[in-house]
Design a protein around this ligand. Structure first.
Ligand SMILES: [Zn+2]
Length: 481
């Protein structure tokens, strides 16, 4: 049974002021209702004044999503009553959106590139936020916070082109990266992205799952909904056309209400705002480098593997960090590849483990560590140790030592063979059984002996060099007996 998914994605734009008034959008750490004015409180007599920057951001999004721009776009009133909407209507766009008919290429389930059509992009204002006091259905009362009221949103609507929850998640990730590259969106902001998903089995009724507010939530909600719809069909029943809510904590969707029809909203053109004629403006917009171009540059100019190219370009801060470490000198291919490997395979994991953001790590320190490593002054194992010490220092807000100082302080520099002579003799003496196995041709015994020697040299010696020295010591011992 083919699964058919279309998405409506609401993203908060990172303008400094709200969409129709001068109130600051930077409200997240502030007390409720401190970023408000008569306009975003919907008081009688207040009028909206359109934020030019928000239009510019929305146009950038339209351009990056390969849309075209109709001659005129128009704001409309969507009328409904809800306590988070003090005007009794939301200013949005209805039949005359800002941008239409675009596309975004993503990686499909089979690993091939897939083009997802974008139906439309339009602008609207965010409503306020209700805080329910008490839990779920048993909340005793609700509080309303209008700090969010009037934050500029764009809504991006896709055609029903997606075929699995994983694909939907990948679409959202690709979109997020694109918007971050444009500098119009901050994916780390709590509540900055909300998704409504339309989902049906081929030939069946469409169900809308509302207000999914996390990246992981999209995949979970869709997976649950597919199983639910399949079970309904298996019992010989029909899937109702309805709106459902996703309860993130329980990972389930529940029936909300029968879906309103569009005419219930009594849309009409917003009389307090002029139509937008922005086609010329749109044509003049120059986009920054977008993720696909950066990935290509990483692979072709910096000679990274396609996997590393995708990983490092897949997040703006990661891509910037990588290039800052290289200092825009991409001619040293070996160094580029070393840095890419260490960021992708080690650094990101260590950060994840500490729940730290990459932008806390000064690129010049990481660069120095990579230089020490490529000059063969320390082993891989010692480099991991130095990196962990640096990250712990950053995590605990201690003075950050430079990598060379850590290497010197802990005596982690790669040591020459002669220094390890006594250690090797000790290991050979202490493990007669393994030595005997090795002499009998069991090569895995050598790994064991090298491991023992590594332990005693605290990872400062090159394992290959140790192996050579162990064989040599055994040969000498044999010759002596
Ligand atoms: Zn305001």
């Amino acid at each position: 049974m083919t699964v058919i998914i279309g998405l409506e994605i609401h993203c908060q734009l990172t303008t400094r002021a709200k969409l129709f008034c001068g109130c600051s959008t930077d409200y997240r750490d502030d007390p409720p209702n401190t970023h408000t004015c008569p306009t975003c409180l919907g008081l009688p007599g207040s009028l909206p004044v359109l934020n030019r920057k928000a239009v510019e951001y929305a146009l950038k999004v339209g351009k990056a999503l390969n849309c075209s721009i109709p001659e005129e776009a128009e704001f409309a009133r969507k009328n409904y009553f809800y306590p988070d909407l003090p005007k009794g209507f939301q200013i949005t766009m209805y039949d005359r959106p800002l941008a239409v008919d675009g596309y975004l290429d993503i990686e499909a389930d089979d690993g091939m590139e897939k083009r997802v059509q974008i139906t439309r992009v339009h602008m609207e204002e965010d409503p306020g936020r209700l805080v329910h006091v008490g839990s779920g259905d048993r909340a005793r009362y609700s509080l309303v916070d209008y700090n969010r009221s009037g934050i500029p949103l764009i809504e991006i609507v896709t055609d029903p082109d997606l075929r699995s929850p994983k694909e939907a998640r990948r679409f959202i990730n690709t979109l997020r990266t694109t918007l971050e590259y444009l500098g119009v969106f901050d994916g780390e902001r709590e509540g900055g992205l909300r998704v409504d998903a339309n989902i049906s089995m081929e030939g069946g009724n469409r169900v809308e799952v509302k207000n999914i507010s996390s990246y992981k939530g999209v995949e979970k909600a869709l997976t649950f909904e597919i199983t639910r719809q399949r079970n309904v069909l298996r019992r010989g029943l029909t899937v109702e056309r309805e709106t459902r809510h996703f309860l993130e904590a329980r990972g389930v969707t529940t029936s909300a209400r029968s879906k309103e029809e569009e005419h219930d909203y009594r849309y009409f053109p917003e009389p307090d705002l002029r139509p937008l004629r922005v086609k010329d403006w749109f044509d003049q917009i120059v986009l920054p480098e977008l993720p696909a171009a950066r990935k290509l540059k990483f692979i072709e100019n910096y000679c990274l593997s396609p996997t590393h190219g995708a990983t490092l370009s897949g997040e703006l801060i990661c891509a910037n960090f990588f290039e800052n470490v290289l200092k825009y000198r991409p001619e040293n291919i070996k160094f580029n590849q070393l840095v890419a490997t260490w960021i992708a395979d080690t650094l990101l994991g260590e950060l994840n483990y500490r729940d730290m953001s990459l932008n806390k790590v000064p690129p010049e320190y990481f660069r120095e560590l990579m230089e020490v490593l490529i000059k063969n002054e320390i082993t891989d194992k010692a480099a991991v140790e130095v990196l962990r010490i640096m990250l712990d220092e950053i995590f605990h807000n201690k003075n950050l030592e430079d990598p060379r100082a850590i290497v010197a302080r802990l005596n982690l520099g790669k040591a020459g063979g002669s220094e390890f002579g006594p250690v090797i003799r000790e290991v050979v003496e202490a493990n007669p059984a393994a030595v005997k196995d090795l002499r009998g041709g069991k090569n895995e015994a050598l790994n064991y002996l090298v491991g023992q020697a590594m332990k005693r040299t605290r990872g400062r010696a090159d394992p290959k060099e140790l192996a050579r020295m162990i064989r040599e010591a055994i040969r000498l011992k044999e010759a002596a007996t």
